[in-house]
Ligand binder design. Sequence first.
Ligand code: NOJ
Length: 570
Amino acid sequence: MTDALLVDTDTDTDTESADARRTAAATWWRQAAVYQIYPRSFADADGDGLGDLPGIRSRVDYLAELGIDAVWLSPFYPSALADGGYDVADYRDVDPRLGTLEDFDELIAALHERGIRVIVDIVPNHTSDLHEWFQEALAAGRASAARDRYVFREGKGASGEEPPTDWESVFGGPAWERVEDGQWYFHNFATEQPDLNWDHPEVRADFLKTLRFWSDRGVDGFRIDVAHMLTKDLTEPLPSRAELEQMPQDGNHPLLDRDDVHEVYAEWRRVFEEYDPPRTAVAEAWVSSPERRAKYASAEGLGQAFNFDLLEADFDAAEFRTVITDNLAQAAETGSSTTWVLSNHDVTRHATRYGLPPLAGRPVKQGTEWVAAGGPQTDIDRDRGLRRARAATLLLLGLPGSTYLYQGEELGLQEVAAITAEQRQDPAFFRGGEYDGLGRDGCRVPLPWSADGPAFGFGGAVAHLPQPAWFAEYAVDVEAADPTSTLSLYREALRLRRLLQTGEHLEWVETGRTDVVRFARPNGWQVVTNFGTEPFPLEAEHDAVVLGAIQAGAVPGESTVWTMPDVLSE
Ligand code: NOJ
């Protein structure tokens, strides 16, 4: 199967050999800027309060102007929204509230026409409890073939009234739920997300069908949800929670990052290679070490894996430098390219994280403690958070590898804390687990498209999560008209990145300062980030600043500049 070549940004396309073009088409992801869309909160075309596919389509010009290479669509499949769409009831359809398959086809065509690739989310660890397989399993009763597709067990106690183990779900609370006839099923996440049994051939075959279904519709790649959780060793006797926690995650853990999961991805790779260009994939794999992560990124497997190390790092020069060095070395070893991420739909927005007050003498990581404490928004230095966020993003966009941006960060959006318990949707909020405290709704509030009008131009009269009044300051129409806005900065950075992007290497440049990070790319492009507050003087020959601002010949505190000695010809 061959796809029509997408718009090529290279200038010398005419003279490129067919081989070179094929390689370029097959490796587009290596240094791509990918923009994550959380469809229910992006744009609402039918005005029902939920974002939808026609809404995204209506904003394709915005995406093209932003200058990204691809979009990653978080789940848009039929779902009861027990976990924001990560509870999938049908893997090969569109949620009727979000549109139809025809809408999907039109969206993908419109994006491709603008040279934007499309990645869709695959959620293979669990289905929704509304999936026909689970409904069949409930109806079929114990010891049925239908129950084999999931993880059903008898309970403990005289009449099986206790769960098989004391395991906890990631979202908090027990990981087992009892069904009417007395059996229990296992769910790593919410009760409405029963885990699949990946030893079952029908489960494996069905996902191959799903991968082909979307590949045939033209998607360019896949983001694999909790890619490290699929396979399990549930041989009796099952360990206790305490025992489980003590077990090393070395490939043989009963639940996490098992070596045998890579057999699944080797099979998927063969499907990806049926297409021309081959479909790509990126694993969401929260594993114990970069070495374990590399297995997901191998060319025989998914090809790329998220590196969340910068997302977890403080705004700190030494931490950034170590993370960058380690991940580039790792990518070079595996032949993959690394990914850089500061925000996504699961974490406190980075403009807010970076403005949090110091806790116990150091900045708070991720914002989870602040979120857990229900942190009053007044504790945050928003200006500082935004300044640092802009500096960190410019650093990321200068790095070799691909960068994943999360909708709204291009506006410098802050996390929303003022959402009442009644308005909250995240199961993690209600179950009080890993993302405890306020949960993840605060980064999923629908985007402000205009400073005025209902729901800040999101679509209808109201948005499905409440938008605070201060969203007006961050509205797209306000920022588009302001050359100093975060949106203007992202647009300019993404435009220049396309022109400057070069081989996947960097060299550190000595700065004599522990709070300044500086590196050069092979073509002379330099990135200088001042993590401190003292200005960092720049030599005269490097004052060809192409992005960011210097003041009196120096890089101001908490900012990044890009320099290029041979100033770009337009
Ligand atoms: C990771 C996703 O990013 C998150 O949003 C979801 O809740 C869990 N996986 C479960 O699917």
